[in-house]
Design a protein around this ligand. Structure first.
Ligand SMILES: [Zn+2]
Length: 675
């Protein structure tokens, strides 16, 4: 069986000009990514106060854990690791030695952004509020008279300021500062940070704008941040500078560097790029910036290029978990189909960047394939990066950990670590999760679209009516989604519900009665004058799927991955019979598994809950066997394996791996050869 196609290739809905949710209103509420009034985009994001996750659901609990554990943990580590001390030194208030990476400020900015999203929606945590107030004030004091703000180049290397655009990350750090300021303003948490950001942004316009220095940053990020700052302020020079940075890319301005210009996507003009290359996080941040500038300027060539890059990334160079980047060296994309599971780099930040890029592409085009990919990355590659306690993290997210794996500290770590010397990932997780409710649904003039299913509620004004949809679901563990629609008036509008690409069959009931609701372009569209209290039940069938990779992915030929709903599963050593070596285990479809729950009829592969694994709502059971192939590493002729003991395999969700004990794991399972 092969995985369903990743993309829906049918015609996309026409892109048309949309209404802005918060047209250049400093005090208006908006979430991450708020296209301006002139943007060409198919969908309109909701404001943060229009969507809410219930803490009873998986995503809601994850968001609460983010607020209670991950975010305070990030704040603590910014102090312990010296990031805050660096800024104090830059403000002339300390003579402590600089600590950490030269781009350490970016971790402060990302944590500030996370805190803003969190404080914008929760009743408020005084410690977090103090962190924001103190840090915003510190940033203002650390800012130079001309607007420049970067602790490393203020304290350690003032003579190097703006001298090394290929590696300095000055514009990268500025970008994260701007995004923090945008979040703090949109949530009303700290409008003061906007003044700091604008002073710096004005300096950038003066230095790098039209007639100024022709340079780009080795680490893209400033492009999307300037577009968002423009959306917040309406100050056109910020958008023009973002576009100029895109236009100047691909002209070799960064030089050859250590890894060549493709490493930082400076080898070809962005509108001509056909393949994703180099550092995966940089590539995906750049892609996000291309979409932001494309929708604000109506630049369809730029948007087409972004979609083309997405197709190359998703169809040829991404993992079944939604992770990107297969090479540890250069933290980079590999060749097409070069996707080794055990040597996957799969940086957490790249998966987060994929969520960001896919959300922008979804808003721009309305195409379901972007929501599908966002979901895949969120539930697998991103979710796996955080421990169950919310305080330990993977930087690299391999799809296989071998028996005897030699971990060399932070490089290819075999367990989640509390912090990293390059701590880009934990605060990136924090900012995504704190704003996650902003990614559930969108609106358009004629209706509401739900893209991610989670217990909670969304509100919007559509077709002149205030509408509300309450969602109850055990998704992703179960495929039943119950929606209650409340409409202020009996206006006619369309509720669009995504049918994920992995779903082959579903039913829809309205007020208990079955309705025919064919999915078109990945969405069911229900158009009616909604009476208050109308219930819609969408039941997505969620059988266990055996997913196989394209045969060109040599590294997993002969293997399948088990998946159910949006979740990819894996085998862990903890679930094997004592003495079994995970690498010797084969999936044997010929052996019926013991049903996980008595009510489920015996079948080759089953799913259900197991009382002895209370923290894992649904496991997958399948027939397995231990294969023997002798001890010699090489042998003449085709190697034959001798089937050994049969047993029932237990697979657990990939995102939960490594929480019970440290040990081998694999997503791709070799299938036993059958006669
Ligand atoms: Zn990272």
């Amino acid at each position: 069986m092969t995985e369903q196609k990743l993309s829906d290739t049918s015609a996309a809905p026409s892109v048309r000009t949309m209404r802005a949710s918060a047209p250049f209103d400093l005090h208006g509420s908006a979430g991450p990514v708020a296209p301006g009034p002139g943007a060409v985009a198919a969908l309109r994001p909701l404001n943060p106060d229009q969507a809410r996750l219930d803490t009873g659901g998986l995503l809601g609990r994850w968001q609460r854990r983010n607020a209670e554990d991950t975010l305070p943990h990030c704040v603590d580590n910014l102090h312990h690791a010296g990031n805050i001390g660096n800024l104090r030194a830059a403000a002339g208030e300390s003579d402590e030695a600089f600590a950490g990476m030269w781009f350490a400020d970016s971790d402060v900015h990302k944590t500030l952004e996370a805190a803003a999203w969190e404080l914008g929606t929760s009743s408020g945590d005084e410690a977090l509020r103090s962190f924001v107030e103190d840090t915003v004030a510190l940033l203002a004091r650390a800012q130079q008279a001309d607007g420049y703000l970067n602790s490393y180049f203020t304290v350690v290397a003032p003579d190097e300021r703006w001298r090394k655009p290929d590696w300095s990350h000055e514009l990268y750090c500025a970008g994260h500062l701007f995004q923090a300021a945008v979040a703090a303003a949109r949530t009303g948490v700290s409008p003061a940070l906007v003044a700091v950001a604008r002073r710096f942004a004005d300096l950038l316009v003066e230095r790098f704008g039209p007639g100024g220095v022709e340079e780009v940053c080795g680490h893209p990020e400033i492009e999307t941040a300037l577009a968002e700052l423009y959306r917040l302020t309406g100050h056109r020079p910020y958008l023009d500078l973002a576009r100029r940075f895109l236009d100047l890319r691909g002209r070799g301005l960064l030089g050859h560097g250590r890894f060549g210009p493709a490493y930082y996507q400076d080898h070809v003009p962005v509108r001509e790029a056909r393949e994703v290359t180099g550092h995966a996080v940089r590539q995906l941040y750049l892609l996000a910036g291309m979409v932001d500038v494309g929708v604000e300027t109506g630049d369809h060539v730029l948007l087409d290029a972004a979609e083309r890059l997405w197709e190359d990334a998703v169809h040829r160079r991404s993992y079944v978990t939604g992770a990107h980047g297969s090479r540890h060296r250069e933290e980079a994309y590999g060749d097409p189909y070069e996707l080794p599971p055990d040597r996957a780099y799969a940086e957490t930040c790249a998966a987060i960047a994929s969520v960001h890029a896919n959300w922008r592409l979804l808003l721009a085009t309305g195409r379901a394939r972007y929501a599908d990919e966002m979901e895949r990355a969120l539930y697998n590659a991103v979710a796996a990066a955080v421990s169950s306690d919310g305080r330990h993290f993977f930087y690299s997210n391999p799809l296989q950990l071998r028996t005897g794996h030699a971990s060399s500290g932070e490089e290819a770590a075999s367990r989640r670590l509390p912090w990293y010397s390059c701590a880009c990932c934990p605060p990136n997780i924090a900012r995504l999760m704190a704003s996650l409710h902003g990614y559930l649904a969108t609106a358009h003039d004629d209706g509401l679209q739900i893209h991610l299913y989670a217990s909670g509620s969304v509100n919007a004004e559509v077709a002149g009516a205030a509408v509300r949809v309450d969602v109850r679901t055990e998704y992703p563990w179960q495929g039943r989604i119950e929606l209650t629609v409340t409409s202020e008036t009996a206006a006619t509008w369309t509720l669009a519900l995504r049918v994920p690409a992995w779903c082959d069959a579903y039913t829809v009931r309205i007020d208990g009665g079955p309705v025919m609701a064919p999915a078109r372009d990945g969405y069911i569209r229900l158009t009616r004058a909604w009476a208050p209290g109308t219930t819609v039940v969408l039941d997505l069938e969620m059988p266990v799927r055996q997913v196989s990779a394209h045969p060109r992915v040599d590294a997993v030929r002969g293997c399948v991955a088990l998946a159910r709903g949006p979740l990819v599963y894996c085998l862990e050593q903890a679930d094997l019979p004592p003495g079994t070596v995970l690498e010797d285990v084969r999936l044997d479809p010929a052996v019926p598994a013991v049903p996980a729950v008595p009510a489920v009829a015996a079948a080759p592969i089953t799913s259900g809950h197991r009382e002895d694994l209370p923290d894992i709502p649904v496991v997958i059971n399948a027939g397995g066997l231990v294969a023997h192939a002798g001890d010699s590493l090489y042998a003449t002729g085709i190697r034959r394996e001798r089937p050994g003991t049969s047993f029932t395999l237990t697979a657990v969700p990939y995102f939960l791996w490594g929480n019970r004990s440290e040990g081998p794991m694999r997503v791709w399972i070799p299938v036993a050869a059958t006669e």
